[in-house]
Ligand binder design. Structure first.
Ligand SMILES: Nc1ncnc2c1ncn2[C@@H]1O[C@H](COP(=O)(O)OP(=O)(O)OP(=O)(O)O)[C@@H](O)[C@H]1O
Length: 685
């Protein structure tokens, strides 16, 4: 079928229209040139508009565009010279009959554009999505280890901290203790512990062994511990995604899970698994290493097993092997990684192209464990892979997996039997309990309220004046207060620098506090706030701004790298602090696994001062105190994931400067990134 307007005049009109959109900044030069590549095709007018818009969607993080959105975008952009373009059916009919569009339901002959389930893709992105759907849609259950061995090892690794329970018993009343023990031991039925007989027996206990035998009487069938289940799932499922909010024990669980698998390997007389740890950024990798080292110290396992768990994590880019100047990596399907098990932390930050490259480089039989928080901001680039995979996380498990999990845990999982079992659902586990925040922690409660979109509850928490949740409405006065508070919070690291304390201590003090914002520019964004905080610290004498207008460097300037530079081994998100060396020369220090690295300021790739940081850049980091400025609701960036991600970066205090309307908008606006991955996994493609 040829378009109604497929003639020279219409093509000129379309080209002019797209040109105008490019000049207005509505579409990029890349979108425009991609559109022009269809200029000599049949139905060129239709294809050019569709191509420009689908390409443009990638910049908003969408992997594809659906027909109603194509029509809506044409309406929003205005004056589209294509008759019928405001109707979804127009696009369905026109693209559905175009020779330049692969109809994925009918054929797999590659074409530049692809249509599937009413969505239009660039071929490359359709193919990425297909590879992820194939990887996670495959049936991959295994039974590599004997049941008795699994049961025994998992009990040992996940045994409760008895001393901690005994200490709690000394501090709590009988009723409080019953509640605490119920939560700590993951007992479903409160009456099992909160009854006269149990309480009187508990009261008489003084030794760990007595406590153990009392607790042993509570049948496993009345408990569910999701951390333990995640570890067991890994015994049967070589491809696993573990999602959980802050402090739900993702690192603790993965460390125990690795110990379990290594134990099983060693007791079967096999070689220990070659395990590698990665994260998307250097900062997140450093944090993963730190957490694994901490979790290993708590492990109830043999020294031999503990020694087989690695501590050093690297970035995904480093693992895959960057080739300077090339988009491909050294490791790919034809040159897979040499490993048996890969742990990938902060998986929500991984965009679709990088995820595909990582999965492609995995050896066929190797295990992969993705860790992350499905509710955090999605990756900066297109896709929301972790979120899409986790769409099935409450779906329940197949009979086979359920039988194995029940047999190895003793838990009653009948409520978790899937009505329609899907391979992807067998690969997911959600950790549901936070071990970091107790029931009274404002941060934990606030994160949960925002995540569930509860506006009233969120406002009530913020207005309750909790110590860990200082809140002020954003106005001129509170803006000044925010500058004052931020400058004050940064003084300790500058004081440490002035006293010439070791740089490690300067960094530790710097990381105690972080101001987070949504915008890059303007008074409410990174640039405006950086300038004002710098000015304030200069007035207070904590820094001395350079006299020459063309110089930006001074001792104490904290910077964040904004571009990967493989030669210098500096990566997007790395933080450095400027300081004088012995000769008085200004250098920038960076922390690394092998200690400090010092670089000349002139050697740094793109960077920016980092008194204020965007929430996006803060992913994978944690700070004792976080202060957030949420811009007015008119900003498209104000959404639930943004506020939730900012809150969950804070360990002890989260202070918010925002107006009520903006907080309410953030709670209500859940971002939807368009992709077809959920549908493809649901039909088991
Ligand atoms: N089963 C458990 N029993 C007692 N404490 C636990 C348990 N699991 C985790 N914790 C504690 O909770 C805290 C958070 O655990 P962990 O760091 O593993 O969580 P996480 O989900 O990786 O956190 P993050 O929010 O940093 O990603 C740690 O102090 C850890 O020791």
């Amino acid at each position: 079928m040829t378009s109604l307007l497929a003639n020279d005049t219409s093509l000129l009109n379309i080209t002019g229209w797209l040109q105008q959109l490019k000049q207005q900044g509505q579409i990029s030069a890349l979108d425009f040139h991609f559109a022009k590549s269809f200029a000599s095709s049949e139905q060129a007018d239709v294809l050019m508009v569709a191509a420009a818009l689908v390409s443009n969607e990638l910049q908003a993080g969408h992997v594809c565009i659906d027909m109603p959105s194509l029509a809506k975008r044409c309406e929003q952009l205005g004056a589209c010279p294509l008759a019928g373009a405001l109707e979804p059916e127009f696009w369905q009919v026109q693209l559905g009959s175009s020779a330049a569009v692969m109809q994925a339901e009918l054929s797999r002959d590659a074409k530049p554009l692809v249509m599937q389930y009413g969505r239009l893709y660039l071929y490359r992105y359709w193919n990425y999505e297909q590879q992820i759907a194939d990887y996670f849609g495959e049936h991959s259950l295994t039974r590599d280890y004997p049941l008795a061995q699994i049961q025994q090892q998992v009990e040992q690794l996940f045994s409760p901290n008895w001393q901690m329970l005994l200490q709690a018993k000394a501090a709590y009343s009988a009723q409080q203790m019953a509640l605490y023990a119920q939560q700590y031991l993951d007992v479903n039925d409160a009456n099992l512990l909160n009854n006269a007989e149990f309480l009187s027996k508990l009261a008489g206990i003084a030794q760990v062994s007595e406590l153990q035998s009392l607790v042993a009487k509570i049948a496993n069938a009345s408990k569910i511990n999701w951390q333990k289940l995640a570890a067991l799932q890994a015994c049967y499922q070589p491809r696993l995604v573990i999602s959980g909010g802050p402090g739900t024990g993702k690192t603790t669980t993965v460390t125990r899970l690795l110990a379990l698998l290594q134990d099983l390997q060693l007791s079967a007389g096999k070689a220990a698994l070659n395990i590698q740890l990665v994260a998307p950024t250097g900062k997140a990798a450093a944090r993963l290493s730190e957490s694994i080292i901490g979790a290993k110290q708590q492990l109830n396992a043999s020294e031999q097993t503990i020694a087989t768990i690695p501590e050093q994590a690297s970035t995904i880019h480093r693992l895959l092997g960057v080739i300077p100047g090339r988009a491909e990596f050294r490791h790919h399907a034809d040159n897979p990684l040499a490993l048996d098990l890969l742990v990938v932390d902060e998986a929500s930050m991984i965009d679709m192209p990088l995820m595909v490259k990582l999965l492609a480089a995995m050896p066929k039989q190797a295990r992969i464990i993705l860790l992350g928080d499905k509710d955090q901001l999605a990756s900066v680039e297109a896709g929301a892979v972790l979120g899409d995979l986790c769409a099935f996380i409450e779906q329940g498990y197949s009979q086979t997996l359920l039988d194995n999990l029940q047999a190895s845990s003793g838990f009653n999982l009948s409520a978790w039997q899937a009505k329609q079992p899907l391979p992807i659902a067998d690969k997911l586990c959600l950790l549901r309990k936070s071990y970091r925040f107790d029931a009274h922690s404002g941060i934990g409660l606030l994160a949960a309220a925002v995540n569930q979109g509860q506006v009233k509850q969120t406002m009530a928490l913020l207005e309750s004046r909790r110590e860990d949740l200082p809140y002020q409405t954003l106005n001129q006065d509170s803006y000044k207060d925010l500058l004052e508070q931020s400058a004050k919070a940064y003084q300790p690291y500058l004081e440490a620098l002035r006293q010439a304390l070791p740089m490690e201590q300067v960094f530790a003090k710097f990381h105690q506090f972080q101001l987070l914002v949504a915008l890059r520019n303007g008074d409410l964004g990174v640039t405006g706030l950086n300038q004002r905080i710098e000015k304030r610290l200069n007035q207070q004498g904590f820094i001395t701004l350079p006299k020459h207008a063309d110089s930006v460097w001074y001792a104490g300037r904290p910077v964040m790298i904004e571009q990967n530079d493989h030669e210098q081994q500096l990566y997007n998100g790395d933080i450095g602090i400027c300081a004088q060396d012995e000769s008085g020369q200004l250098m920038v220090a960076f922390e690394s696994a092998n200690g400090l690295r010092w670089l000349l300021p002139s050697r740094l790739p793109a960077h920016q001062s980092v008194y204020a940081m965007t929430v996006h850049k803060s992913q994978g980091s944690e700070f004792k105190q976080v202060c957030m400025l949420l811009p007015p609701a008119t900003q498209a960036l104000v959404n639930r994931e943004l506020l939730y991600t900012a809150i969950t970066r804070a360990k002890s205090t989260f202070s918010l400067y925002a107006d009520a309307e903006s907080i309410s908008a953030a709670c209500r606006n859940k971002t939807q990134r368009r992709s077809g991955l959920v549908e493809r996994l649901a039909v088991g493609e």
